[in-house]
Design a protein around this ligand. Structure first.
Ligand SMILES: CC[C@H](C(=O)O)C(=O)SCCNC(=O)CCNC(=O)[C@H](O)C(C)(C)COP(=O)(O)OP(=O)(O)OC[C@H]1O[C@@H](n2cnc3c(N)ncnc32)[C@H](O)[C@@H]1OP(=O)(O)O
Ligand code: CO
Length: 133
């Protein structure tokens, strides 16, 4: 079951500069900065009430963020939902016709298992399912 909006992912070119911008906006420091080598990203997380802002900078040209920024300006990249059982939700959404981008959950940032859903099957929005580890 989808529990809540977990985070909004924003693709940025310069994480340090974007951290400063969001610190001004939110009046707080990121509670975490984390590199996810498997995704070729470094991230920072800001807590905004129940949900979070995740800033993502590519660490390699093969990064999904690098490819995104080759074609699109910095900005909204994905929306992440917290789920109670990622395996069950993947099966449910696969059955509902959503295109899953990974066949098994993978380790994401912020102590989560994650799975992505192609924007083509989600009204043009890249979706991420997250389950706390
Ligand atoms: C895991 C760490 C962290 C976490 O929270 O735990 C993260 O969030 S990591 C985030 C970065 N990782 C990912 O995004 C993995 C999933 N993404 C992908 O597999 C690809 O980015 C994919 C398949 C969404 C797009 O791949 P690619 O860019 O190689 O394909 P195209 O350029 O051909 O794009 C196809 C089509 O989709 C549109 N597109 C691409 N990215 C997005 C996006 N973020 N939001 C909306 N639409 C997107 C692109 O414009 C193309 O559309 P078209 O009309 O065909 O031009
Ligand atoms: Co994310």
């Amino acid at each position: 079951m989808i529990l809540r909006l977990e985070h909004i992912g924003i693709a940025v070119k310069d994480l340090a500069a974007s951290n400063e911008l969001f610190e001004k906006l939110l009046g707080e420091q990121p509670y975490k900065e984390e590199e996810v080598a498997s995704e070729f990203v470094k991230t920072s997380f800001f807590q905004t009430g129940e949900a979070k802002i995740e800033l993502l900078e590519a660490t390699h040209p093969d990064s999904a963020i690098a490819k995104f920024l080759e074609k699109k300006p910095e900005g909204l990249h994905h929306i992440a939902f917290e789920v109670d059982d990622i395996h069950a939700e993947m099966e449910r959404l696969r059955t509902e016709g959503f295109q899953l981008l990974n066949t098994e959950p993978k380790k994401g940032a912020d102590n989560k298992l994650v799975c992505f859903i192609h924007p083509k099957s989600a009204n043009g929005v890249l979706l991420e399912l997250c389950q706390s580890i």
